[in-house]
Design a protein around this ligand. Structure first.
Ligand code: ZN
Length: 300
């Protein structure tokens, strides 16, 4: 079980975090490289793991938690390939091409699913059977983990594009999603908040109703996740969720939307133990990537 190292990659829109870890999770080498084009970033990534292999021994499997959209269906011929990303040069790029020379199995999942898995294994989702992790930041997305595996359909979930009720008298902003206008991401992501008010939510304490408005959209998602997945816990992370008072208001409005319909000991009075911040902070993604690498080794 402990022979061979895990190559872990958290591929973000601005940087790749790379780690070489033992199978118990101990990181022996770690670095970051800027996300430029695949022609620049992929060789830098391969060079790090090539050096790591020299210094620490063979790599038995890779785990990738990546920005997207990306094909995460292991049965697909394009598994691990970026699809329609607007990021120049990345559509069609494939992790398997960049890591092929290591001759090791690769598991690829989304960055959000990776963070969900990390939180499930070592963060605020420990002890949960089913966990829903949502990031509310540059975008909005949810990963649902059950028994250590992220759930998907024919592709990864896109909770950020659920369209919530939108009272245009209370919120005249039409929304910023190029596809839907007023979907959750178009109304409540960091860029949507900046576009509506010219400031981030943590600077809007003097704007009456701002926190309550955004909380209403996030609570719509929270209540939807409860009804669809009945998770043991909801984690809400990402830059927007750091705004003072937001998570408290999300708890309040989620409880109001559920209106007492779902009763279970997991849903505590006030939802303070049910709707929580992440436990791992910035390490959730790389922790999840290591867990994915473990899966690659267990079932290549
Ligand atoms: Zn949308």
């Amino acid at each position: 079980m402990d022979s061979g190292l895990i190559g872990a990659i958290e591929a973000g829109g601005t940087k790749f975090i790379l780690a070489l870890a033992r199978q118990d999770g101990e990181i022996v080498a770690r670095t970051r490289v800027p996300t430029q084009t695949p022609a620049e970033t992929f060789p830098a990534m391969a060079a790090f793991f090539g050096q790591g292999r020299q210094d620490y021994g063979p790599i038995a499997g890779f785990g990738v938690a990546s920005f997207g959209p990306i094909d995460i269906d292991p049965a697909s011929p394009a598994y691990g390939t970026f699809t329609t990303t607007p990021k120049p040069g990345w559509s069609g790029a494939r992790f398997h091409d960049a890591l092929g020379r290591f001759d090791a199995p690769i598991v690829v999942d989304t960055d959000v699913n990776g963070a969900a898995l990390g939180e499930w294994a070592q963060g605020a989702g420990q002890g949960c059977t089913t966990l829903a992790y949502t990031t509310v930041g540059t975008g909005i997305g949810t990963g649902v983990v059950r028994d250590g595996r992220s759930l998907m359909g024919f592709s990864h979930y896109e909770s950020g594009h659920i369209i919530p009720p939108h009272d245009s008298a209370a919120d005249p902003f039409a929304g910023s999603c190029p596809y839907h206008g007023g979907c959750l991401e178009g109304l409540a992501s960091g860029p949507a908040i900046e576009r509506r008010w010219g400031r981030s939510l943590d600077q809007l304490a003097d704007e009456p109703g701002a926190v309550e408005l955004i909380a209403g959209y996030v609570a719509h998602l929270a209540a939807t996740l409860v009804l669809l997945h009945m998770p043991d816990r909801l984690i809400f992370g990402g830059g927007v969720m750091k705004a003072p008072g937001l998570i408290e208001e999300v708890r309040r409005q989620t409880a109001a939307k559920l209106a007492g319909y779902v009763k279970h000991p997991r849903l505590d009075e006030g939802l303070e133990r049910y709707i929580v911040h992440p436990g791992l902070g910035d390490d959730a993604g790389i922790t999840g990537a290591i867990a994915l690498g473990r899966q690659a080794i267990a079932s290549p």
